[in-house]
Write a protein that binds this ligand. Structure first.
Ligand SMILES: NC(=O)C1=CN([C@@H]2O[C@H](COP(=O)(O)OP(=O)(O)OC[C@H]3O[C@@H](n4cnc5c(N)ncnc54)[C@H](OP(=O)(O)O)[C@@H]3O)[C@@H](O)[C@H]2O)C=CC1
Ligand SMILES: O=C(O)C1=N[C@H](C(=O)O)C[C@H](O)C1
Length: 231
């Protein structure tokens, strides 16, 4: 498979290393706001760029009929617009706030736990995420996905960074040197705490998941999620 990397930073370079091990070839590496780039020599594009660039990168792929996998976070206010454009252009698109198998299993656990805990009002829920100090967005895309899953499966009405009201989920974002990505969900009562936690040991899990998603999407049309790929 010939891959165009839109974003050639920490994730782009990890994807290149693992993709080459799986027999793929990287044919294009984009690292800044190029006015127009030719994706025709690629079978698929993988976007891990920056919040301000993701929408343009993704829609360039739709225009050039190249399936696109995006893991960039912090641009989701335009997600529905991207979905509409993908359908109009009969293109192919997968977005995930987190591509690792472990986090996608953790998502399913989170939904089940939220349903179960909703009956026990003596417990209050909170989310904590910890990432490296270069991260541009807060809270992480994964923490937002986790909060939305709890909201869909409980009586919670929303989430807020730091201070939250009774019917919202408080989300804390910590930045510590070299942490690839940690997410913790805690249910606390007067007498005890129940916690589930996902700790990424490196970026390899995110990168491998994105490559598997690209292999899966290559010959398809439509808008998909990591759930379609994995389960
Ligand atoms: N969904 C998932 O599983 C995961 C998502 N992420 C997300 O992926 C994104 C990238 O993460 P990471 O690789 O760690 O970040 P980096 O900062 O290491 O890489 C981002 C790269 O994008 C480049 N860039 C800047 N402008 C553009 C542009 N217009 N088009 C293409 N590339 C551009 C930057 O170049 P320069 O440095 O020159 O500005 C940089 O090389 C983040 O949003 C992060 O949250 C990260 C890990 C997993
Ligand atoms: O910026 C990162 O590094 C990560 N970003 C994603 C997010 O915002 O959830 C996924 C992962 O946690 C690493």
């Amino acid at each position: 498979m010939k891959i165009a990397l839109l974003g050639y930073g920490k994730m782009g370079k990890t994807i290149e290393r693992l993709a080459e091990k799986r027999g793929h070839e990287v044919v294009l590496r984009i690292s800044d706001d190029v006015q127009k780039y030719d994706l025709k020599k690629a079978d698929v594009a993988i976007d891990f760029s920056i919040p301000d660039a993701a929408f343009k990168n993704i829609t360039s792929c739709f225009d050039q009929q190249i399936p696109v996998v995006s893991g960039t976070t912090g641009w989701l206010s335009r997600y529905n617009e991207a979905v509409k454009l993908c359908k109009e252009k009969d293109a192919a698109f997968i977005y995930a706030s987190n591509f690792s198998l472990g986090v996608n299993l953790f998502f399913e656990l989170n939904k089940k736990l939220a349903q179960m805990m909703n009956s026990f009002k003596e417990y209050s829920v909170d989310i904590e995420e910890i990432h490296h100090t270069q991260k541009l967005d807060a809270p992480s895309g994964t923490a937002i996905s986790l909060a939305e899953q709890i909201i869909e499966n409980s009586d919670k009405k929303g989430w807020k960074l730091d201070e939250a009201s009774e019917d919202e989920i408080p989300v804390t974002a910590k930045r510590i040197e070299n942490v690839p990505g940690t997410h913790i969900i805690s249910y606390k009562s007067e007498v005890d705490t129940i916690k589930i936690e996902h700790i990424a040991h490196s970026r390899d899990g995110f990168a491998l998941g994105a490559i598997i998603a690209a292999e899966w999407l290559k010959d398809k049309k439509g808008v998909f999620s990591m759930k379609d790929v994995l389960f």
